[in-house]
Design a protein around this ligand. Structure first.
Ligand code: FAD
Length: 471
């Protein structure tokens, strides 16, 4: 391998959003920073590709970016200067029901509360203080465990967020439909909804919908990764793709090394000289269920029974609170669920550049047992067909990735876990090990900066940013 220099101030391995964020932050501190990526393109979980037919652009992993648009770090970077353009779907989220009706999260908190009938007041009371202060709230929530800058707001949030989604939904909402809407949000935690702190995910995703929207990237998620890489190069950084690092010896000499990988991968990288005690602690890191993901090229828009779903960027297909919880529970316990909870996005409705002519794209995943090699496309399509009869007739081509295939595509998705490790209350703040500065390994100049560190999964770059900032 030939590198431009024999020695760098810092080297980052892995060009996912966290590796890119670490590289940009290091580039502001040091003269020479190298970013090395195994695949041919940068982006990690933030890539787009023509997975089905020519002209159909699909988001391979992440599609909807409330965390990126609100990330205090990404906001500093003014990524529009590097071509990034956000598109806000008319409605962030719809949740259809059996009878052909749907609930939705509008951008406006008021408009959302208005359609929730008897639950409108409870919904408004729950969310208003956080929506009004969303920037402050996010700056405290999306960081490693530390003294909050806004203690009163955080205490108020913490008292609600610490509850289980089940407990909070039952206590606050009378209608089964409002509870189902909340379950669909909280289910992004990927842990059973009666577990402590699952309410946090439901509240945060609703706050994001009202505070900043759930936008997509014009032209595909790759646009965000490319903008980050251009921002890094603009600051003098060097990017090398197509190089898989198996050992420290594969890299040039550097003062600092940052790894955008999860604990299991770090343990397999040779020459790091990590202490036995640290290796033991890293090996206790727990991974969660996987996902099976499908992309479709369609001849037209999805024919939803519920009109609202035709205006939504994201649609949660899972029916009632109990059905959604059962789906998560099965995946968590290592069992297949025959009617899984499905997260679906329909980018081309809002971004015509995603499909040629009158064509459309759709993206969906459901939770499956960790490491499952089973392709459950049929089950996902059954779910969609149920709420949108005639969907199957529109399919021109499709591409599926089982949880096992997801890990082959990107080794950071261990067993298909898209969050870089289980996000239960303990591991949310003790990732990858319990420590005051969890990014530093036992070796003074070696750091881990992937979503297996705080604040965890999602595209926000904050794991990379805090790792590099705290150096
Ligand atoms: C199907 C799916 C849907 C998702 N949807 C969303 C969504 O809509 N919104 C959202 O916010 N998040 C979503 N996510 C989660 C999001 O993609 C991840 O949380 C995020 O990408 C994690 O970023 P990262 O930088 O930690 O790791 P990654 O993005 O996984 O990047 C790690 C990079 O390191 C490289 N690498 C690994 N090992 C080596 C090595 N040894 N040598 C060189 N390079 C290496 C990999 O090739 C990869 O490019 C989704 C994920 C999946 C899979």
């Amino acid at each position: 391998m030939s590198f431009q220099q024999d020695h760098y101030d810092a080297v980052v391995v892995g060009a996912g959003p966290n590796g890119l964020a670490a590289a940009i932050t290091l580039g502001r501190k040091f003269k020479s920073v190298l970013l090395v990526e195994a695949r041919a393109t940068v982006g990690g979980g933030v890539r787009s590709a023509q997975l089905t037919l020519p002209g159909f652009i699909h988001d391979v992993c992440s599609a909807v970016h409330p965390l990126a648009v609100s990330s205090p770090f990404f906001r500093q970077l003014e990524l529009h200067r590097y071509g990034l353009e956000w598109i806000q779907p008319e409605i962030p989220l719809a949740h259809p029901f059996e009878n052909g009706e749907a609930l939705c999260l509008n951008r406006s908190l008021e408009a959302t509360a208005d359609v929730l009938g008897p639950d409108g007041k409870a919904y408004r009371d729950l969310l208003q203080p956080f929506v009004e202060n969303h920037e402050r709230l996010l700056s405290d929530v999306l960081k490693p465990l530390s003294i909050p800058e806004h203690p009163y707001l955080m205490a108020r949030f913490g008292l609600k967020a610490i509850r289980s989604a089940k407990n909070l939904a039952e206590a606050k909402f009378q209608s089964a439909r409002t509870r189902a809407l909340f379950a669909g949000l909280a289910a992004h935690a990927m842990i059973p909804l009666d577990r402590t702190a699952t309410a946090a995910f439901g509240i945060l995703l609703a706050v994001l919908a009202h505070g900043v929207g759930w936008p997509i990237v014009r032209g595909g998620s790759q646009g965000l990764a490319n903008a980050l890489a251009d921002c890094f190069r603009d600051g003098g950084g060097e990017v090398l793709t197509g190089i898989t690092i198996g050992s420290l010896g594969d890299l040039p000499k550097a003062d600092h090394y940052f790894f955008d990988v999860t604990p299991r991968q770090l343990l397999n990288i040779g020459g790091l000289d990590l202490s036995e005690n640290y290796r033991k602690r890293l090996s206790c890191f727990r991974y969660g269920p996987g996902v099976c993901k499908v992309d479709w090229a369609l001849s037209g828009p999805i024919p939803w029974k519920a009109e609202t779903c035709r205006k939504a960027g994201t649609v949660h297909l899972g029916g009632s609170f109990e059905e959604i919880d059962a789906s998560i529970r099965e995946a968590h316990a290592g069992r297949k669920c025959d009617s899984p909870y499905v997260v679906l996005t329909q980018q081309s409705l809002f971004d015509p550049s995603r499909a040629p002519g009158s064509g459309h794209t759709a993206w969906a995943y459901c939770h499956v047992p960790h490491g499952s090699a089973e392709d459950v496309t049929e089950l996902i399509e059954n779910r969609i067909e149920h709420y949108a009869p005639g969907f199957r007739e529109l399919i021109l081509a499709k591409s599926s990735l089982s949880a096992a295939a997801m890990e082959q595509y990107n080794p950071n998705y261990v067993g298909g876990d898209i969050n870089g490790g289980l996000q239960d209350l303990f591991q949310l703040y003790s990732r990858p090990v319990l420590s005051f500065f969890p990014y530093r390994t036992s070796k003074r100049n070696i750091y881990i900066c992937s979503s297996s560190t705080p604040p965890g999964g999602g595209v926000h770059g904050l794991c990379g940013y805090y790792a590099a900032k705290g150096l």
